[in-house]
Design a protein around this ligand. Structure first.
Ligand code: FAD
Length: 290
């Protein structure tokens, strides 16, 4: 393995845990590094940039915010940003969501009964609780597609977002909350197998990378966290959360050390002793401790 500064590292075993970054579906035209009022959210620095923009007193005071995406991050950002309306810094927060409901991918997964009730309730609560001077600050467009994003001549400022339905939303600040892209480009020429969204595919038992041609597990090469996909039943599953990052990381580490770790489970048993809480993650033949 060589680094960008040309350091070469030999290895017997390798773990790929490169995670993911916020997806930017506009990347061919717009990027937050050059477009001043376009925001992605992944790191603390991204959050600080967003707060700085909300509190910036140089531009228009009462900002109209457009959030593209109605999943976890889109809804959380909308709820948070709407709070700035109380200080007269935000006029409107509009979620443009291409799915039929908010959090659709969370609640509709596996045909959950909650899908029929929770997203609608969540939307109602968000809209009603965001009222300022009797008017809701948060608006939600479900099943909505972007037709065009208007910018200034230098593509430095997003000025409005046009929906396929014909509506045009004025935009002082645009947040892209459209999911994550795995950081797996470094493996593109290594002959490993990828899932449909460019996650590296791993063997469900040992979390070893798979050979793109034979589909066999590659000796000594492991991956864990947001960058992986693995077969669960008939499906390829991607899990993007901390519990999975921890348990898959631990599982891969055990595999690298030659432990008999045979499946991941993020179901936890909790053991309490006084103030100490131990989370036990059951594996098939043994338990390991978080
Ligand atoms: C805004 C936000 C809120 C979230 N909230 C929650 C929550 O409430 N609960 C929850 O469970 N999960 C939450 N998550 C998801 C959670 O953060 C991720 O699932 C978790 O961080 C994944 O861990 P990871 O180690 O796989 O990847 P990451 O945490 O993304 O770490 C990847 C690391 O690899 C490094 N890297 C990338 N490419 C390279 C390379 N080429 N060479 C060297 N290093 C590289 C990166 O710099 C980084 O240090 C949230 C995510 C976001 C973005």
């Amino acid at each position: 393995m060589s680094t960008k500064t040309n350091e070469v590292h030999q290895f017997e075993k390798i773990l790929v845990a490169t995670g993911a970054r916020a997806a930017n579906p506009l990347a061919s035209k717009l990027d937050p590094s050059s477009c001043k009022n376009l925001h992605l959210l992944r790191s603390e620095a991204d959050a600080a940039r967003l707060v700085g923009a909300l509190e910036d007193s140089q531009g228009k005071k009462e900002k109209e915010i457009v959030i593209i995406g109605g999943g976890y991050i889109g809804t959380e950002v909308a709820a948070g940003v709407a709070g700035w309306a109380q200080q007269g810094l935000v006029k409107s927060v509009t979620i443009v969501n291409m799915d039929p409901t908010l959090m659709h991918r969370v609640f509709a997964a596996g045909g959950s009964a909650a899908a029929a009730v929770v997203p609608e309730f969540l939307e109602k609560m968000m809209v009603e609780n965001s009222k300022s001077n009797g008017e809701p600050v948060i608006k939600v467009f479900n099943g909505a597609r972007i037709a065009d994003i208007a910018t200034n001549a230098a593509d430095e400022i997003v000025s409005s977002v046009k929906l396929a339905s014909g509506e045009t939303l004025a935009c002082d600040l645009c947040v892209l909350a459209t999911g994550a892209t795995p950081n797996t480009e470094i493996l593109e020429t290594c002959g490993v197998k990828f899932g449909p969204r460019k996650h590296v595919q791993v063997d469900s038992g040992s979390l070893q990378l798979l050979d793109a041609t034979s589909g066999e597990a590659i000796d000594g090469a492991f991956a864990a966290g947001d960058c992986i996909t693995r077969t669960v039943g008939a499906d390829l599953e991607v899990v993007e959360h901390v519990g999975h990052a921890r348990s898959s990381g631990k599982h891969a580490a055990m595999g690298m050390m030659g432990e008999n770790a045979t499946r991941i489970s993020i179901r936890k048993k909790v053991r309490r002793e006084g103030n100490d809480v131990t989370y036990l993650i059951p594996l098939r033949s043994r338990q390991c401790y978080l």
